[in-house]
Design a protein around this ligand. Structure first.
Ligand SMILES: [Zn+2]
Length: 158
């Protein structure tokens, strides 16, 4: 395996450039290299960190925001990059994917009994704001005259 000096990702032998950052500064991966494991949000990264320490794997977390090479717009500035020693990369990868699945389950609506469904609430909120927006357009299109008349009637001034 090759190791990218710039972004610390490990990639397959024979690649001319790092698939992560396009750097050509690749060298054979050594056992002591801190290698990029994965990127996760703060909560998931914390959980992975704990699990790795429990398994005796020395890992380090770095804020995604400081990573200039990452152009993934889906990532948050608070996301954490997790690095582990290259020799533990495979074992750490297994642990991390297990934790990520757990976190995903915790966050899925079926996972917590189904009473609190922020997804549905969000959709209702969006529908309501669209309805309010349409109402405003209708008021503008059908003129303020009829609206004023309705308002007068409502206030008993008609
Ligand atoms: Zn790289």
């Amino acid at each position: 395996m090759q190791y990218c000096v710039k972004c610390r990702r490990v990639c397959e032998d024979g690649l001319p450039k790092c698939p992560g950052c396009r750097s050509r500064k690749l060298r054979p991966a050594g056992e002591g290299d801190q290698a990029f494991l994965c990127c996760a949000d703060m909560y998931a990264a914390g959980r992975i960190n704990e699990a790795l320490i429990e398994s005796g794997i020395q890992c380090s977390l770095e804020s995604e925001g400081s990573a200039y090479y990452n152009f993934d717009s889906a990532s948050m500035p608070t996301d954490q990059n997790i690095y582990v020693p290259y020799k533990e990369l495979e074992r750490a990868g297994g642990i991390a994917s297990g934790i990520l699945k757990e976190v995903e389950l915790e966050r899925s609506p079926e996972g917590d009994g189904g009473d609190s469904r922020p997804g549905v609430k969000r959709i209702i909120g969006e529908v309501l704001s669209v309805a309010a927006f349409l109402l405003l357009i209708m008021l503008a299109v059908y003129g303020t005259d009829s609206f004023a008349a309705w308002l007068k009637e409502l206030l008993g001034m008609g």
